[in-house]
Write a protein that binds this ligand. Structure first.
Ligand SMILES: Nc1nc2c(c(=O)[nH]1)N=C([C@H](O)[C@H](O)COP(=O)(O)OP(=O)(O)OP(=O)(O)O)CN2
Ligand SMILES: [Zn+2]
Length: 145
């Protein structure tokens, strides 16, 4: 499985957890600047989600690892990313399924889930590796965490 080192995010929370996921998915970038990537092609994405907080829930969890997997891997694995029109859009560049947008959208989905929890954990970082040579790190701005 994955034992990769990820960029660290500085914070003052008591707890930090990280969930790794491996996602097989296809996509295409609907723009001429993407060159060959405008054609449908596949990746094995490596995703790492960092969640932190000061308090645990009644299970002793900051957030259940399995819930994070369901939210992200359960949605995207073995799919065509462009088909998820609730996450991505073929006309809005800010919602093309680029690595940047995939990372930001995972952040939005995870933080949306965490916002409903009474102990208010925070998603501090989402790392998405699209290929052996290309990855993106998304972090919310200081006022958002
Ligand atoms: N800033 C971004 N640039 C590119 C993205 C992206 O999401 N954000 N995506 C692509 C393509 O989807 C492509 O799959 C990945 O491109 P690239 O890293 O060039 O892939 P290679 O495996 O060919 O990389 P090499 O290092 O040249 O082997 C394009 N750009
Ligand atoms: Zn690609």
């Amino acid at each position: 499985m994955m034992h990769q080192l990820y960029p660290q995010v500085a914070h003052h929370y008591r707890y930090e957890l990280n969930k790794d996921m491996q996602i097989a998915a296809a996509h295409f970038i609907p723009h001429e600047a993407a060159g060959r990537c405008a054609n449908v092609h596949g990746h094995t994405y490596i995703v790492n989600v960092t969640v932190a907080g000061d308090e645990l829930d009644e299970s002793g969890f900051l957030v259940n690892f399995q819930t994070l997997k369901k939210l992200v891997h359960g949605k995207l694995d073995h799919t065509l990313l462009n088909d998820h029109t609730d996450w991505f859009d073929r006309y809005d560049p800010n919602r093309f399924p680029t690595t940047e947008v995939v990372a930001r959208t995972i952040y939005e989905i995870v933080q949306g889930y965490l916002d409903a929890l009474p102990h208010k954990p925070k998603c501090l970082q989402v790392f998405v590796r699209e290929s052996p040579t290309s990855y993106v790190v998304y972090r919310p701005k200081a006022g958002e965490r």
